[in-house]
Design a binder for this molecule. Sequence first.
Ligand SMILES: *Cc1c(COP(=O)(O)O)cnc(C)c1O
Length: 365
Amino acid sequence: MRPRDLSAHQAYVPGRGAEEVARELGMDPDELTKLSSNENPHGPSPDAVAAIEGAAPEVHVYPKSAHTDLTDALADRWNLASEQVWVSAGADGALDYLSRAFLEPGDRVLTPNPGFAYYPMSARYHHGEVAEYGLSKADDFAQTADVVLDAYDGERIVYVTTPHNPTGSEMGRDDIVDLLESVADDTLVVVDEAYGEYSEKPSSIDLLSEHDNLAVTRTFSKAFGLAGLRIGYAAVPESWADAYARVNTPFAASEVACRAALAALGDEAHVEKSVETAKWARQYYRDELDAETWPSGANFVLASVGDASAVAEAAQRRGVIVRDTSSFGLPECIRVSCGTREETRRAVEVLNEVIADADAGVPEA
Ligand SMILES: *Cc1c(COP(=O)(O)O)cnc(C)c1O
């Protein structure tokens, strides 16, 4: 007995967790500054915490009304019909729903390189094949319609991440419209706005009224601080929105997650504070890190540090966990999430020491 041929599949490489690293180093997890997974350093909204506590006695019941309430609130927020909101277990769940709805076996998807690992994973789970377009470091990872169209060859799904993980670069609205209008009619453009709240640019969701080859994904994992609950959604055009009923995993978005997301959506002050901190921190990294960095529209900054794996390891020994971007195809870079002011200052202090040691050829302890 064997599973099907999974040799083309690659396991997801998550940022390292504080518990895991603490155990390895014999430290208390509270002594560690974890800036490897773009989580919200302020935690969840207190309203979300209260909603989670309030939902606890009810979890013997399948989630139904909470899912409807969240869908309606998101539809209201974005000026969409409720069917146009595909609530899912994380935005990753929404990417799977789109794969299920669009991919026939052997269909190709076009993904950014460097880029988010789940796009090719989801395509392969759904018997699809993967092609890539390159974002060039020499060009500061610029995202334009032409960069994508140069590589485009009629793929069924084209992924755009804006702000982009792990580089922070963005695609402007004119380029997104250009892309939507340039690809074939049966090519779906997925605009992944996992970091949309941190950006100065408008969401592409309003383009759904004019373009039916678009889907926009969003998540509660980042600015809303609910990564551990797994809740996100896709916004889709009206013309094929009813496909949700045929592709979604029943009750994949849990009662607790839906209620917490609804409460988090209502706590605008918490999101504003989170976004403000991230904007301060990303500028602080740009100004203070002794490394080349790139402008970021998200809650992290990419920095070129030479041997990223060695730098990330040395920083970790000093209690700061950052993401070595080797698994994204950038072995010379690290991605540092925006922390609180205190965490961000500490990260810069430690990283600058580590970078200086590496430059001076100080052997690793
Ligand atoms: C974090 C992230 C997501 C969404 O993650 P979920 O936790 O599944 O909602 C999607 N796309 C990108 C590029 C991300 O970085």
